[in-house]
Design a protein around this ligand. Structure first.
Ligand code: ADP
Ligand code: AMP
Length: 212
């Protein structure tokens, strides 16, 4: 099963992707995590994307398509994959279609803008594996330490309130249109993201016809 998780920054895509990886036994592909890793490793790609990411703007489509096209052909994607944070523009969605990347369900996690800032100020992410936590809603077992890999939890630079506001504008201007695109193809599933993490996960599993 090939899935796309769509939604505003902070809607819970990464959090839900982690749970779905366990339940569906397919890998999650987070372009945000891949780009942050490239920056941390100081690769050519990392250098190219740094400014866009720091200011909360979208990275050019061709850079994204290159890394995704390569990733979905890896052996671990044979039984399916979860795209988290990609596609984010109409051009990216059209390029995936043109490349023959088959998508079964597009789950849009719906959260009002007014709720997003609180999520972002409380977000902590693992600097090693990218797992996402929240100081109140989803704290790690040991403060500052990733439950999954023991890595150090950090605050993302682009989670600063002024950058979050810009990222929300970018979402509404460039990404939200994908709901129409996939709606017309009959693949869009809307899920209420303003409920508990477990509740949203249950609704996602039901929406894609998987066992809850
Ligand atoms: P995204 O990948 O869509 O940017 P994340 O999954 O990183 O979003 O979630 C953003 C923040 O909100 C994190 O701190 C996460 O722990 C928290 N969060 C995710 N889902 C929920 C939820 N249903 N209720 C409250 N907080 C949530
Ligand atoms: P995320 O981790 O999904 O919140 O993404 C963090 C940042 O990475 C975004 O603000 C963009 O700068 C960049 N990014 C991640 N995925 C994409 C994408 N599909 N298209 C363009 N930019 C992206």
């Amino acid at each position: 099963m090939n899935l796309i998780l769509l939604g505003a920054p902070g809607a819970g895509k990464g959090t839900q992707a982690e749970l779905l990886v366990e339940k569906l036994a397919i890998p999650a592909i987070s372009t945000g995590n891949m780009l942050r890793e490239a920056m941390a490793n100081g690769t050519e790609l990392g250098k190219k994307v740094k400014q866009f990411m720091d200011e909360g703007s979208l990275v050019p489509d061709e850079l994204i398509l290159g890394i995704v096209a390569e990733r979905v052909t890896q052996p671990d994607c044979q039984n399916g994959f979860i795209l988290d944070g990609v596609p984010r523009t109409l051009a990216q969605a059209q390029a995936l279609e043109a490349a023959g990347v088959k998508i079964d369900h597009v789950v849009s996690i719906e959260v009002a803008d007014s709720e997003i800032e609180g999520r972002m100020t409380g977000r902590r992410v693992c600097g090693h594996c990218g797992a996402s936590y929240h100081v109140a809603a989803n704290p790690p077992k040991t403060e500052g330490v990733c439950d999954q890999c023991g890595g150090e939890l950090i605050i993302r630079k682009d989670d600063a309130p002024e950058t979050v506001r810009h990222r929300l504008e970018v979402y509404h201007a460039s990404t939200e249109v994908l709901k129409d695109f996939y709606g017309k193809l009959g693949r869009l599933r809307l899920v209420n993201g303003s409920q508990s993490i477990e509740g949203a996960n249950e609704d996602i599993l039901k929406a894609i016809g998987a066992k809850v």
